[in-house]
Design a protein around this ligand. Structure first.
Ligand code: GLV
Length: 323
């Protein structure tokens, strides 16, 4: 039994909470649906050995300083841009993530957005529900084909290559750009390496983003990049909102620089309800649901719990990103 408290910032599946209760002498779970404020997070983390966080919880130097007993932050996500890694390293706090359990599910979501925006699924669903079916017309809600189109993948990591595997089934031509060429990953999915993002953009009908958010990828897609895309092309973003410049995206959708976008992430996140992006008919938007299936969220929560337990038991946390 670990003699100490873990604070879990959202209610998770009962078996995950039970697993934590079996190991930690105290388990504190945040019950409201919404996240704790930074002050509430600091109050509840003070005195804890472990903290189990979501992508929407900010873990910064101030939070870490308010909890000097903290040994581990187990983030329930593969991305950890919500955590100040350098501040954690300075304080000897272990940070863990949840890789290898959500990539296929997130790739499904990228494909869902691609199909939905190109075939105008959401727009035509809303129109039909509004009672506007009326008479069928051959020019009604025309979209663009996904099958046979050219897909440009930005970042051929585990999620990017899972998207590429799906694209093969749609007979798509697959290109990718990344910091380094990845011959072993590109060969099985038949993806062609394009060293420059700028060069790739003009060659694609769909551009799908699969990079982590870092200083190098913030605002990777801005006005200049939208200017290079085909006016018939679509941007798909299931990575992080800040990889795309929001003002440039809005302008591109309004001016027809691109045909549309499917985004699961925004900057800021959550997007304010009166944001002009929400008025764009050529945008399909979902509230950060990339890994949101019963099975995958269950696996992520259990993996985060196992990481917290391992780190506090003196063992090696299986998914330490620093340590
Ligand atoms: C979700 O966004 C994740 O990083 O897992």
């Amino acid at each position: 039994m670990i003699n100490g408290r873990v604070f879990v910032t959202r209610e998770l599946a009962p078996q995950v909470i039970q697993r934590l209760r079996n190991e930690f002498s105290e388990v504190d779970v945040w019950e409201p649906f919404g996240p704790p404020t930074p002050t509430e997070l600091a109050e509840r983390t003070a005195g804890c050995l472990a903290l189990l966080t979501m992508v929407s919880d900010r873990v910064d130097a101030a939070l870490l300083d308010s909890a000097p007993t903290l040994q581990v932050v187990a983030n329930m996500a593969v991305g950890y841009n919500n955590v100040d890694i350098a501040a954690a390293a300075e304080r000897g706090v272990i940070i863990t993530n949840t890789p290898n359990v959500l990539e296929e599910t997130t790739a499904d979501m990228a494909f869902a957005l691609m199909l939905a925006v190109a075939r105008r699924v959401v727009e035509s669903d809303a129109d039909t529900r509004a009672g506007n079916w009326g008479l069928w017309h051959p020019g009604l809600f025309l979209g663009n084909d996904v099958h046979g189109a050219t897909l440009g993948i930005v970042g051929l990591g585990t999620i990017g290559s899972a998207v590429a595997r799906r694209a093969r089934g749609f007979d798509m031509r697959i290109k990718y750009t990344a910091r380094n060429r990845q011959p072993e990953t590109e060969a099985p999915v038949g993806a062609e390496f394009v060293p420059s993002l700028q060069d790739m953009l003009g060659q694609c009908d769909f551009v799908s983003l699969h990079v982590p958010l870092t200083d190098a990828t913030r605002d990777l897609i801005g006005a200049q990049e939208f200017g290079l895309m085909k006016p018939t092309a679509y941007l798909i973003n299931t990575s992080r909102g800040d990889v795309v410049n929001t003002d440039a995206l809005l302008a591109a959708l309004q001016d027809g620089a691109i045909a549309g976008a499917g985004i699961d992430v925004t900057a800021p996140e959550p997007i304010p309800p009166d944001h002009p992006l929400l008025q764009q008919p050529n945008l399909v938007i979902t509230p950060h649901l990339g890994s949101a299936t019963h099975a995958t969220r269950g696996r992520m929560a259990m993996l985060a719990a196992e990481n917290a337990i391992a780190a506090c038991s003196g063992g090696l946390a299986p998914n330490a990103v620093i340590g």
